[in-house]
Design a protein around this ligand. Sequence first.
Ligand code: PEP
Length: 250
Amino acid sequence: MPRIKLIAGNWKMYKTPDQTRDFFHHFLPLVTHHDRDEILICPPFVDLHAALESAEGTNVMIGSQNIHWANEGAFTGEISPLVLQAIGVTHAIIGHSERRQYFGETDDTVNLRLKNALEAGLTPIVCVGEVLEEREAGLTEDVLRRQCTRAFHKVSTKKADKLVVAYEPVWAIGTGKTATPQMASDAHALIRGEAAQTFGHEFADKLRILYGGSVKPENAKALMSEPEIDGALVGGASLEPKSFAAIVHY
Ligand code: PEP
């Protein structure tokens, strides 16, 4: 069975609720009949309601950019999977490199967040990827192995059913530099191998691994044509309806 690609937009800390509605007003007509791939938008928390209302009954799903490892408690500034689910959010990005770089996210907290997202029945998108110094030092494989092993620690194959992984080389995020389709493909094969070790080959064959890092309308086709690449996690180019729609239609 071919893996259905997931084209996901990560809006980071951009757009107000009104700007969110405006985006959907222009974006939805461009993707109305698109059923080849799954489409997801992950706006800031405050925009989730506007996004969910705008996308209701359409082929566009809505995700969050983070999720906490507890369902409730004294965790100021965090977001509970139960709250996300209650309003209709279906996906959650976990361990984005910006969370790792600026907000103290570690492999262990990624693991905790992943377990709770799966427990809540949400689809987690776990981000992994090496920084430039690690690639230049020939450490990419070690880093990806470590990030995957720790993220998947004590997650059962049965529970992991909805898992999605995003390979995002940090040096390619927001920089305009993209991994070549071959570089991405090699990294994806390695991640799939790690998933096979933890969850078994049957699971790994079905696992969707997205590529993220300066995906644009101009490079989407070459990247998405690689059999190892099962979709895209798109930052900057997901903010503008026409450019995100062009990526969806790669
Ligand atoms: C991202 O935010 O995950 C990302 C890949 O950003 P960009 O597409 O802007 O590089």
